[in-house]
Design a binder for this molecule. Sequence first.
Ligand SMILES: Nc1ncnc2c1ncn2[C@@H]1O[C@H](COP(=O)(O)OP(=O)(O)O)[C@@H](O)[C@H]1O
Ligand SMILES: [Mg+2]
Length: 254
Amino acid sequence: MCRIICITARKDGAGKTTTAINLSAAFEIAEKKTLLVDCDPIGHATTGLGVDGMQIKGSLYEGMVGKIQAAKLIIKKGPGFPDLIPGALDLYRYSTENGKNKESVLRDLLEEVKDQYDYIVIDTPQTPVILMINAFIAADLLFVTIPCEYLSIAGIGYHFDTFQMIKKGFGLNNDLDHILLTKMDTQEITCRLIAKELRERFKKKVFETAIPICSQLKNSPAYGKPVFLTDINSKGARSYLKLACEIIEKYQQR
Ligand SMILES: Nc1ncnc2c1ncn2[C@@H]1O[C@H](COP(=O)(O)OP(=O)(O)O)[C@@H](O)[C@H]1O
Ligand SMILES: [Mg+2]
């Protein structure tokens, strides 16, 4: 059964794209067939997998407006890479054009290819909001990345209230969100305190695995590869593998 995961956050720079790329690649290593969907007009997940957004035949946008079938949008780069539906700047247009039931178009599009995958991971932007809502509606699971920095937790209760409000508004299941701590620096006392506070407050919703600060994670997009293909022994690579194992185990039990 395919699980669709939306990777979201309350702000940019929270490690969403890094997580979308490397978690998808980690699932592939675990022999779970995975599709990464780049729903962000900025297209960093696309670039990070070595695909030039300006040179592709079609982006997610063409799929969402019904010009190209989902299967025809998929780029297969081979071993070590997840399959990819690329994102590009034209996704911005989706927010300005009229259409019926625009909120559930991504869900319907992914329905066409769902059977071919164990996991579909969506790299989700905050804006345009219509894209974020599409990703929320398409997803079975919502993962919120939170970097271990003070400004990440200031006002966090309000943020989750807003999430719940959006989800309730669209009649979505509220139980399946999880928090992933990113950019963890165990040498930093503030960082440790923030992680502790989030774990106490959100309990089992917080993944045991936290993603450490790791220069290899920062640099691997420059090579157009997931971190496993640039430095499999880095702590960043090991943490995303551990996260994939945690997720696989968690959802096998359900
Ligand atoms: N664990 C990490 N260690 C070091 N740098 C990271 C880590 N996670 C993300 N980064 C870097 O932080 C920046 C923002 O991360 P990104 O994944 O693009 O966030 P988002 O998609 O939420 O905007 C990027 O330069 C990325 O390489
Ligand atoms: Mg991003």
